[in-house]
Design a protein around this ligand. Structure first.
Ligand SMILES: Cc1cc2nc3c(=O)[nH]c(=O)nc-3n(C[C@H](O)[C@H](O)[C@H](O)COP(=O)(O)O)c2cc1C
Ligand SMILES: [Mn+2]
Length: 487
């Protein structure tokens, strides 16, 4: 298969959920599961699937206790044909695409109708429980129909439409909560309505083209409409219908869309959480969050909800964040730190906690420049924990090599910086109850300089290992005779 064919196929898959499903099946990457229990069992099957680096796309059908036509699709963004290789080369390719410039945004195209409007449920018939609403993890405080969902809002002061992914918990037939961390765009916008004494109109989609989940999770600037970014990525406008009640654009091929109101918190709240989160804990606990009232539900025939609940980052199928590593590398370059040879996020740290920087040291203090910038720059600023700086001979995509560098080149007393008062969030498990209560969402960071100290690096003991070149030479000479060299 040539590259352009692959690109066409990937574009088709990210632009349309049902096309994604068809292509996954054709490629043998689809696993259909019938009769699973939405109460913990679906979550457990999902977690088991993530024991594979490239888990299959899961399609749950005939879900216990649900309408037989309802379906849940999982692993939309982690299948092999969507992801490709996960290595330093992928980080470099990502940076190259960033340098070539993001595709020009294409605003959505308003159309009169679309499959999302095929079924309309309103008034007393509104019932979110008609659709699958799994309880994903054992300690979750309730069902979460919205994980990789879209929360679409209109800024009351401008024409800005924002699309963000924030988790959705169901509380009763027409009440949900939307957990939006302070400062996220959805939070900024809802506060503006509340300040005027109004509820905040909102559209929630529970199943949509994969490209939309892709842009909903990324922080674009305020005023930027994520639908335009998605259009740019696809090379065509996203088709939207105007929400009949709110006027907010709804992707015309969304599987399920809710038109709803986020009530001011003084009017009505519900206890949100706990929820199993991506660092691997239930850290944000249970809090009061504003109640969200559903006025109308629209859905396609046989709707498909996307499920993407968080799981512990130690599972192989929880991929490292290639784009995040690329963004830190770009920030190091922009700050003028020379000779960066690689940036990687160790999988166990999820997308945030452990960043590793490989440098070729040029002068005394060079490793420190790299460590300080990589810790304080924008893409690493939120919820970091460790920055590990290593020499360029370390394969930073291999945790065991990084640990070896720490074990053998790092003197904890003299090659460490600890910095306090850094930006953290509710999901950080190390925040004490006292800090949470005081609203002090900050943590400390460690910078580990696991490099040969510059001023005596030439006297540092030599590495005891056969060189790659000599190993390959010997291997090719002995391959025919030695079975262990033949695989
Ligand atoms: C599956 C998934 C679930 C997420 N859940 C939440 C959430 O519950 N609350 C939140 O504030 N951010 C959540 N995020 C992160 C936001 O989507 C991300 O910060 C995004 O930039 C928000 O959009 P905004 O920048 O327009 O506010 C989640 C991301 C993903 C991929
Ligand atoms: Mn935004």
């Amino acid at each position: 298969m040539n590259a352009s064919r692959l690109n066409d196929e990937k574009t088709a898959a990210i632009g349309d959920l049902r096309e994604f499903l068809r292509i996954s099946e054709a490629k043998g990457e689809l696993q259909v599961i019938e009769g699973a229990d939405p109460h913990h069992e679906m979550g457990a099957i999902y977690e088991l699937s993530l024991e594979n680096l490239y888990p299959p796309v899961l399609l749950f059908k005939g879900i216990k206790g649900c309408d037989p036509s309802a379906r849940v699709i999982m692993n939309v963004r982690t299948s092999k044909f969507m992801v490709g290789d996960l290595d330093l080369h992928a980080v470099e390719e990502y940076r190259l695409r960033r340098r070539e410039g993001a595709p020009e945004p294409i605003p959505p195209r308003l159309v009169d109708s679309g499959p999302v409007l095929d079924n309309v449920i309103e008034g007393g018939d509104v019932d979110i429980y008609r659709f699958p609403h799994p309880i994903w993890h054992a300690e979750d405080g309730g069902p979460y129909p919205g994980t990789e969902c879209l929360v679409i809002m209109r800024d009351p002061d401008s024409e800005w439409i924002n699309v963000g992914t924030y988790r959705i918990q169901a509380h009763d037939s027409n009440t949900i909560t939307i957990f939006t961390e302070p400062g996220k765009h959805g939070d900024v916008i809802r506060r503006k309505y509340w300040a005027r004494g109004e509820a905040c109109p909102v559209v929630v989609c529970l199943g949509q083209a994969p490209v939309l989940g892709g842009v909903g999770r990324v922080a674009h600037g305020p005023g930027v409409c994520e639908l335009d970014i998605a259009g740019g990525q696809l090379g065509r406008a996203i088709e939207v219908v105007a929400g009949p009640l709110t006027g907010i654009p709804i992707p015309a091929d969304a599987e399920i869309a809710l038109e709803a109101r986020i009530l001011p918190p003084e009017e009505e709240t519900r206890v949100e959480g706990p929820f199993g989160e991506w660092p691997g804990y239930y850290a944000s606990g249970a809090r009061d969050e504003p109640a969200v009232k559903i006025d109308v539900i629209y859905h396609r025939e046989d709707p498909i909800i996307i499920g993407q609940p968080p799981v512990r980052p130690t599972l192989p199928g929880r991929h490292t964040h290639i784009g995040g590593a690329a963004a830190i590398w770009d920030a190091l370059d922009a700050a003028g730190v020379p000779e960066i040879r690689g940036v990687w996020k160790l999988a166990a740290g999820g997308s945030r906690f452990i960043n590793v920087i490989a440098i070729r040291q040029l002068h005394a203090g060079h490793a420190k420049m790299a460590g300080l910038v990589a810790t304080g720059c924008g893409p690493a600023g939120f919820m970091g924990r460790m920055t590990i700086v290593v020499d360029e001979d370390i394969d930073i995509t291999d945790s065991s090599e990084v640990m070896w560098a720490m074990a053998t080149r790092w003197d904890p007393k003299t090659q460490t910086d600890i910095i306090d008062g850094c930006w953290s969030g509710n999901l950080d498990p190390t925040l004490s109850p006292e800090k949470r209560a005081a609203g002090n969402l900050t943590n400390s960071r460690i910078i580990i300089y696991a490099v040969r100290p510059f001023h005596w690096k030439d006297d540092f003991p030599k590495v005891n290992m056969v060189s790659r070149e000599y190993a390959e030479e010997v291997a090719s000479k002995w391959k025919d005779k030695l079975r262990f060299l033949q695989d």
